[in-house]
Design a protein around this ligand. Sequence first.
Ligand code: MRU
Length: 377
Amino acid sequence: MRVHGNDYRTIWPDDARRRVWIIDQTCLPHAFRIVALDTWQAVDAAIRTMQVRGAPLIGAAGAYGVALAANADPSDEAITAAGRALASARPTAINLRWAVARMERRLAPLPAPDRAAAAWREAAAIADEDVAINRAIGTHGKTLIEAVGRRTRRAVQVLTHCNAGWLATVDRGTALAPIYAAHDAGIPLHVWVDETRPRNQGASLTAWELQQHGVDFTVIADNAGGHLMQHGRVDLAIVGCDRVTAHGDVCNKIGTYLKALAAHDNGVPFYVALPSPTIDWTIADGVREIPIEERGADEVTHITGRDADGALRRVLLTPEGAPAANYGFDVTPARLVTALVTERGIVPATAPDIRAMLGPGNADDRNAPTTPNSHSR
Ligand code: MRU
């Protein structure tokens, strides 16, 4: 993505000094700041505080965290301890655990002196693969937008939730990749951007990156989507995800489920974009088995914004001392999902279809299930 005339990824290594740069997403949209992380503990903190966020990006960050750990101390004990901490930095997105496990598998057979260089290369490979995957998701997803445009002969109206764009990945995004691909191909479109309380990833991040790319959009309150769908003002919804079960249940930012229900009731296609490392082959029932992150209540009771003088201010929204709960994600059952948009193509959200397209022998074996999945529904 181009920012201020320069091409950026959301994370990139400084190989010579063995550190990693990130864009600090807690400063957006009001300031564009890049930050260097030179220890695995700094990466761990950046993931926990959401300086980096989005399932694929925290996977890549976790990989660089392991590389920094191997650089500081390549012993089994040190790498395992760092890996365990990093993998638990955020519990819902499976990509983080997947990336840390892949790093550990790569390093375990190597003699300690070879580990740091190998770790640095493997983390870079994970980041590069994410970019390639997202380009492919964009190519496949673009066909969905194109088809609506051909039929309606007007700008295609797309609704998205949270931020599953460039900022949530290493580059291009997942849910926003088809939007960028369609926009770049000259297909007229407009995006309804859910603000996505409580952290407002839609209002602050999706709006910012669509604006940088010149895509037409409107930010809406989270509760507006159903109304727009009832009035025929949404052609399709497309969201990202933090974990998808082998049966096609989709875990994504809190509020996604309500949008899927509204889409179902109004006959609006509801698509989910995902890279194959987001599939958790070990889980059958998404609603009961996926751990849902609960964050601090202050993210609900307070909000930060820029005042008329340009100063950032954090203000209280609720009565002083009001109890608040902050569930980060929810699960949309597969029956509400029209299809999954993956790097391999568009696939119905059913166990046989997912396995046929992305399972063993069809997908990257590093991610495919290692044991037969006996669950059935
Ligand atoms: O809490 P966040 O901001 O990390 O949540 C991000 C999302 O829910 C995204 O939709 C998901 O990670 C997919 S990112 C391509």
